[in-house]
Every structure is written in structure tokens, then in C-alpha cells.
Design a protein around this ligand. Structure first.
Ligand SMILES: [Zn+2]
Length: 395
């Protein structure tokens, strides 16, 4: 059964295959895991699935400076050594490394958020989802905090063509500084960010005293929080503030950044939210029945990110998923394959060729033995696996 809302969901498998490098906490494979979990719960049958267009450089330059976009387009891991001056200028390096297919990665996640905004503008859907988007730290002329292109700013600029007022809400554990900065001087976008503040936590901005300037004064709201905030305190604050904001600001459309690094147990985060608590915020925003653009964001414990965003896809579809998200076997398999791929990519940078080959040999032997045991005991898995892959192709 379809939800009464028309939902558009954007996904391109190519975003899941880029690799930020050894020990980098950002693992784009979490997007592939999320998508597989969405498929295994058959949520794809209740919404329209689109492959986003790859945003053109000229579209990216609607917010970013043309020289920065051009540089992102041109730079490759092989030509890094020729551009040390530019790398420093555009803040590329440890946090925001240059990797294979970096520009295409940016084009896809930005294209998804732009497409989502356009479908909402044309009233072709009520809710649009792009879990690959939500890279809220990127600035006009520089990369920041694992973000290169600010898809949220680009999406909001698109929404401003049709809406007088856009409300931006951010529940990532980090301050949504890039989006706030872009609209700091205007009253046409109200930004509300809930985040950890203090103890030199990244990015260091987001004090309650930052409220916007000139026409934008009072149109930036910051809710600085301390470590360990739990579901009860967070959702109470969230509901009180957002209810008042929607009532007084009366936005035409809402953009919700659902960074999952605010979940308990995140590799970089320090909050204590459960998936239920996090999703409660999504549920609350959905209830306003305004056009809604939902994106991902941070999230560095991959299994939790995939569970959270799948659960929230369910919330947006009015579909209840099993409590605790007991993941089906195929999801478990995808997680393990993902960990193995990461493990080898990390290993490849650290050890010699012969050490690497020995490790592969031992692990391959173990894997073959495990597969043999699985085939022996779990013969039915293949038929289920084929079933949902078949469904995927038909949709
Ligand atoms: Zn974050």
C-alpha cells in the first residue's frame, strides 16, 4: 500500500563506491547499505525511485565560486603534487582528501538534492529524500568537515525560486555552519541547528548568540548542547522550538538534514540518541504537512546510519518497521562485505605486497569455509535474495 504522501527517493549506486582513504571516518558505502536495507524492507514499492542527474559545474556555481568548482573538477590524486598552493587555499587535505572520482561524487549527491527540490517545486511529490546529501559544512570557496559541495544550499536556492520562506532544520551532531553562513543575511531562509557546542568540538561555531545579521537578524537559531543528551531532553527541546518556529515563520517548505552522527555510539558523535528518538524528530516535522526535503549528513557508525535512515524512510512512508530493526540476513551480509572491503583498502596502504597476499589467502580460506557452511544450512537464503533483487529490477 502506498503512503498518502507522494514520496520521491533519489539514489545512485556510484556514490557508495568512492573511498575517502585509510582511517577516514567518512564511509560512503553506508549509502549503499542504507539502500539495500530499504530494498529488503520493500520500502521501494511505496515510493518513486530516481537516479539523480549529475549536477553540472554551472549548477554548482550557483553557490560556489567558479574557480573552486573548476579546481574540484580538475584535481586528481595523480596531480595533487602540482597544486599544493590551491589545496591549502581550498582547504583540501586530511579532512577533505582528494580521491578517485571526487568530482563525480559531488555531482551525484548535489544533483540528488537539486532534483529533489525541483520535484517539490513542481508539486510532483510531497516529500523528497536524498540520503546521499546533507553535506552542510561546505563553504562558497572551500571544502570543510568532509564536505566539498554544499548540496543543501543549492537545494534551498532552488526552493527559493518558488517559495517565499524556506525553513532549514539540522539535527546532525555538528553545527550546520555552511548553510547558516550562506543565508545569514536574509530573512527568506530560517536556519535552526541542534548540535554539540563547546570543548573545541567541530566546527566551533553555533553559539546561541549567533542569530543572523541585517535582514537575517533573528532568522538563524542555534541550540548548543552538551555531550550525552538523551531522547527525552532532545525531542522535548526539538518539538518546543520547531513548533514555535513553524507557527511564527510560516515556511512554504522545510529542508531537514538528518545527520546520523547524533546517534549514540557514533564514531565521532557524543550524543545519546536512539534511532527512535532521532526518528521522532522526523515524524514531528512530517506532521506539519508542508513540502519536505529530507537529506542525510554525518554518521560514522555505518550499521547504525543504515538502520536509522531506513527507519526514517519508513516513518516518512507511514510504514512501521520491526522494533529494533532486526536486520535481515542480506543486510548482515552487505555489512560484512563492506567491512571486508574497507579492511583491505586500509591494509593495502600499510603493508607490503607479500603480507597482503598472505592475509588475503588466509581470509579467503576462512570465507570459503563459511560460505560452505552457509550453503549447507541456509539454502533458502538464495531464493529470498533473488526475490528482492528481482523486485529491485522491476521498480
Ligand atoms: Zn556531523
Amino acid at each position: 500500500m502506498r503512503s498518502k504522501d507522494r514520496i520521491s527517493y533519489f539514489y545512485d549506486g556510484d556514490v557508495g563506491s568512492v573511498y575517502f582513504g585509510p582511517n577516514h571516518p567518512m564511509k560512503p558505502h553506508r549509502l549503499c547499505m542504507t539502500h539495500h536495507l530499504v530494498l529488503s524492507y520493500e520500502l521501494h514499492k511505496k515510493m518513486e525511485i530516481y537516479r539523480p542527474h549529475k549536477a553540472y559545474p554551472v549548477e554548482l556555481a550557483q553557490f560556489h565560486s567558479a574557480d573552486y568548482v573548476e579546481f574540484l573538477h580538475r584535481i586528481t590524486p595523480d596531480t595533487l603534487h602540482l597544486f599544493s598552493h590551491e589545496l591549502a587555499r581550498y582547504n583540501l587535505g586530511e579532512d577533505c582528501p582528494v580521491f578517485e572520482n571526487l568530482f563525480e561524487f559531488c555531482q551525484i549527491y548535489a544533483g540528488g538534492t537539486i532534483d529533489a527540490a525541483r520535484r517539490l517545486n513542481n508539486q510532483l511529490c510531497d516529500i523528497a529524500i536524498n540520503w546521499a546529501g546533507g553535506l552542510h559544512h561546505a563553504k562558497k570557496c572551500e571544502a570543510s568537515g568532509f564536505c566539498y559541495i554544499n548540496d543543501l544550499v543549492l537545494g534551498i536556492l532552488e526552493l527559493l525560486k518558488y517559495h517565499a520562506r524556506v525553513l532549514y532544520i539540522d539535527i546532525d551532531v555538528h553545527h550546520g555552519d555552511g548553510v547558516e553562513e550562506a543565508f545569514y543575511f536574509t530573512d527568506r531562509v530560517m536556519t535552526v541547528s541542534f548540535h554539540k557546542y563547546g570543548d573545541k568540538f567541530f566546527p566551533g561555531t553555533g553559539d546561541v548568540k549567533e542569530i543572523g545579521e541585517r535582514e537575517g537578524k533573528f532568522y538563524a537559531i542555534n541550540v548548543p548542547l552538551k555531550d550525552g543528551i538523551d531522547d527525552t531532553s532532545f525531542t522535548r527541546l526539538f518539538k518546543t522550538i520547531i513548533a514555535k518556529v513553524v507557527e511564527t515563520y510560516s515556511p512554504g517548505v522545510i529542508v531537514l538534514q538528518c545527520g546520523a552522527d547524533s546517534l549514540a555510539g557514533d564514531r565521532l558523535g557524543c550524543f545519546n540518541l536512539s534511532i527512535d528518538g532521532h526518528a521522532e524528530c522526523v515524524k514531528f516535522v512530517k506532521k506539519f504537512n508542508l513540502p519536505l526535503l529530507v537529506t542525510g549528513g554525518g554518521g560514522y557508525t555505518k550499521e547504525n546510519v543504515a538502520r536509522c535512515w531506513t527507519f526514517e524512510t519508513g516513518v516518512l512512508l507511514d510504514t512501521e518497521l520491526p522494533n529494533g530493526m532486526a536486520a535481515p540476513f542480506c543486510f548482515y551480509l552487505v555489512c560484512k562485505i563492506s567491512d571486508t572491503v574497507d579492511f583491505f583498502l586500509d591494509l593495502a596502504k600499510k603493508v607490503s605486497r607479500s603480507q597482503m597476499l598472505t592475509t588475503i589467502y588466509i581470509l579467503a580460506s576462512v570465507a570459503i569455509y563459511v560460505v560452505y557452511l552457509c550453503e549447507l544450512h541456509l539454502g533458502s537464503i538464495n531464493s529470498n535474495f533473488d526475490k528482492w533483487r528481482g523486485d529491485d529490477r522491476n521498480n
